[in-house]
Design a protein around this ligand. Sequence first.
Ligand SMILES: C[S@@+](CC[C@H](N)C(=O)[O-])C[C@H]1O[C@@H](n2cnc3c(N)ncnc32)[C@H](O)[C@@H]1O
Ligand code: SF4
Length: 408
Amino acid sequence: MKRVIPIAAAPTLSGALAATSTVVTASGLQTPPPLSLYIHWPWCVKKCPYCDFNSHEAKAEIPEAAYITALVSDLEAALPKIWGRRVGTIFIGGGTPSLISGAGLDALLTAIRTRVTLIPEAEITLEANPGTVEADKFKSFRDAGVNRISIGIQSFDDAKLQSLGRIHTATEAARAIEIALNHFDNVNLDLMYALPQQTMEAARRDIETAISCGTTHLSAYHLTLEPNTLFYRDPPPLPDDDLSADMQDMVEETLAAAGYVHYETSAFAKPRRECRHNLNYWTFGDYLGIGAGAHGKISDHAGIAREMRHKHPRAYLDGADRNDFIQEQRIVTAAELPGEFMMNALRLTEGFPSGLFSERTGLQLSRLQSELLAAQREGLLEVTPEHIRPTLRGQRYLNHLLQLFLGD
Ligand SMILES: C[S@@+](CC[C@H](N)C(=O)[O-])C[C@H]1O[C@@H](n2cnc3c(N)ncnc32)[C@H](O)[C@@H]1O
Ligand code: SF4
């Protein structure tokens, strides 16, 4: 059994998307799940060789005004799907959304507030690349309503940053963190480990440096070779499986000792500073996704629909002229729902209350009796009438555990 750490930082659509929805759906849910809003910003200064996100090097000037207009039209067209529901969290991800101007972001968030009701103290996160951070800009993001910043640091080692094709140095990374902490209470740092030619000592130094910054949240991802990336086609020399597994243990132990709670496969937070937006994905909540290639999941009386917007920024902007945003949509079948639910909920180290399964899927947990028993027998899950939790072994071999619910 190979120890694999799936990254799944962003929500994914499992299985091929069919254009029609002729399949049998789950029955209606008693109450709609909490709702989040995801906004995708598809441009970066430069494409990193390991990155498979829907991000495009901005070779010419970014059409910011046209894109914001398209986002607002996209939201308006989607309003009937979320009528009367309040939005608990907003996540502006990318790409590099810190490239947006302060005025542009203010216009966007104002347009959102006039069209949907946000809960009081809604979490509003924006992702930033240290190569694009300026104090004035962060101030304008805060004034526009952003209250959480997530910075893509990756490493504090200049040689590693260079081998990852990053546009910033370690000094710029430290400066970006300082600016973020001056403007925001909630700051996340993204780090990666198992980097090209990385030693255990170098990985430890990165984690210790991140801890010394004192941010409320850290995401530590095992670098993975994603198809459709330069690194996949021409792999750099990476640490072997044993060393990277030891690095994962080191990351978890070092962060636990520093008071960070390991609450999801790759996510660590100071108490009560978990990312509420990502927690909504992992507890199989609903999210509307607007912007190029954004994914959404919306539950209603007919079942659970998944949709994806036109992926390429050009196709998205062209579609916006015709009020056509959606590239693919389908209703998730009852047969797929348990696997989809588990792919999210079992990433949580604390698992989930048993009742959440029916609450979110409209299905009875009893239909998973044989899978749950098999996972228990293999020492991967703890199952009580009240709660289902992956064991440490289940967390380590998460892909194997998920296979039991995905049926292959
Ligand atoms: C959308 S990016 C974050 C913001 C910004 N674009 C940046 O890179 O600075 C999300 C995060 O996913 C992680 N990531 C991207 N590709 C990865 C890969 N192949 N393996 C592991 N983590 C990856 C990186 O830590 C990255 O910061
Ligand atoms: S800056 Fe972030 S989103 Fe853009 S290519 Fe690099 S890792 Fe991907």
